[in-house]
Design a protein around this ligand. Structure first.
Ligand SMILES: [Zn+2]
Length: 451
């Protein structure tokens, strides 16, 4: 069922009418609206979760991207409940590496509201309600010329962290360029991205259509289920390789056929579905792009692999594992990276049939990103000692016991954020000693050089 509501009219509505709109949004499957520019958009109502309780926020983004100038002009319509007051702006943090996001205006249910953008944090003044509100943020993002997670290299642009993201429980973006310096609540996404003809868009979402208008094309996406964020790559002339794993269509986008990596991803997807639970989306995209120092990077439904390096199958498997540990079950990647990175590494070991490779890092594994001081120390501790922690948990709980715990976490926290203490509580029930610490592992001489 579809009903039309004119966006401009929201500004003239009285309170009861706005409540009526909120009610419609909460009960009708899809409500198309008209944004300020007069282009129709669709706001799907937040659906209830499996327990019929929580409603996820809905991000409805319309944006135009000009790869020539690197400028994105966007309008974000966010339908949600509770506090919609603080947004993270990764583009303006060290993560953005010279990117810059500006805000042109903010409206709540059609009424202009005060806002304050300070660096990588946008504060919006709006009242907390139990009803669904629609927040409209008009923004522009300048994408830097750089091989970065938000950057343009030649004809290829990677767009991740390019729009305002609702802050999960007030968490801020970490002030470092390494690791995953921000995280987000799961949300439904509908995105329309307009680019010049000749460019293609591959996203961590399902492509639902492409519209033509003169010398531009508008690519329409829907996430199908909640995802942590919407990332995409804009480029030309991809060679596309495709395979299927049950209901999931896996596609590789690169300058050459990538059948080996695709086969690895397919096997990993099937393996992790068996041990952790279903992968609900019908898409998983692997895209080769210049990524600077990174071998790979995970986004929901979208795996980026560095096109300037030989692709390591372990990196492919690691990034597939992140679809469960980061996307389906979220965690605080700024302060508790031992959960998602440690589990991505542990999952990779499981996939390749390896056993405990006791890692040794120079610091505890549960520090904030800033406390690791640099990328090398962060990687050494969080990946290697993070893996060692999970191997220790396997020894204490047994391999089957640990898999029971991980599967239970996937069921309990799917589309939510799990805290480290909650993970430890599950592990303790299966035999992890109560006094276990986030080990301060000894460091070897070779590794000491990385400090
Ligand atoms: Zn990782």
């Amino acid at each position: 069922m579809e009903k039309y509501v004119e966006w401009q009219n929201l500004e003239e509505m009285g309170m009861w009418k706005r409540f009526l709109v909120a009610f419609l949004l909460a009960t009708i499957a899809v409500v198309p609206c008209l944004p300020v520019q007069g282009v129709p958009v669709f706001i799907p109502a937040p659906p209830p979760d499996d327990h019929g309780q929580n409603a996820w926020p809905v991000y409805d983004i319309q944006a135009c991207y000009d790869p020539g100038s690197g400028l994105i002009r966007g309008d974000l319509l966010l339908a949600g409940q509770g506090q919609l007051t603080q947004f993270n702006i990764p583009a303006n943090a060290p993560y953005g590496a010279g990117a810059h996001l500006t805000v042109q205006g903010v409206w709540c249910d059609g009424q202009p509201v005060p806002w304050d953008l300070q660096g990588d944090c946008l504060q919006v003044t709006s009242e907390e309600t139990q009803y669904t509100k629609i927040l409209h943020i008009s923004f522009q993002t300048q994408v830097p010329q750089k091989a970065n997670r938000l950057g343009c290299t030649g004809e290829t642009s990677v767009l991740a962290g390019w729009y305002p993201l609702l802050s999960p429980a007030g968490a801020r973006v970490a002030e470092v360029p390494y690791g995953e310096p921000y995280f987000a609540e799961a949300a439904i996404y509908r995105v329309q991205l307009t680019v010049p003809c000749g460019y293609q868009v591959v996203a961590g979402s399902s492509l639902t259509g492409v519209g033509h208008d003169g010398d531009t094309r508008t690519w329409h996406f829907h996430s199908q289920h909640p995802i942590r964020e919407f990332a995409c790559v804009v480029s030309k002339d991809w060679q596309v390789t495709e395979t299927r794993a049950g209901h999931v269509r896996l596609r590789a986008y690169a300058d050459q056929a990538r059948t080996a990596s695709l086969a690895t991803a397919k096997k990993a997807l099937s393996f992790f579905q068996t041990i952790y639970g279903s992968y609900p989306y019908e898409y998983l995209h692997l895209v080769w792009v210049p990524l600077g120092d990174l071998a790979g990077m995970e986004y929901p439904g979208l795996i980026l692999l560095n096109s300037t390096r030989v692709t390591d199958p372990q990196v492919v498997v690691h990034e597939v594992a992140h679809q469960w540990w980061y996307n389906l079950v979220g965690s605080d990647s700024c302060r508790e990276a031992w959960i998602d990175e440690g589990l991505a590494e542990y999952s990779t070991r499981l996939f390749f049939g390896g056993h405990a490779l006791a890692g040794a890092g120079p610091a505890p594994i549960n520090l904030s990103l800033e406390e690791y001081k640099n990328r090398a120390a962060y990687r050494l501790v969080v990946y290697r000692s993070g893996l060692a922690f999970w191997c220790q948990a396997e020894q204490a709980c047994g391999r089957q016991g640990l898999q029971d715990v991980l599967r239970a976490l996937q069921e309990r926290y799917r589309f939510q954020i799990v805290r480290g203490e909650e993970v430890l509580e599950y592990l303790r029930q299966y035999g992890l000693p109560a006094e276990v610490e986030m080990k301060f592992f000894p460091v070897s001489e070779a590794e000491a050089d990385l400090r």
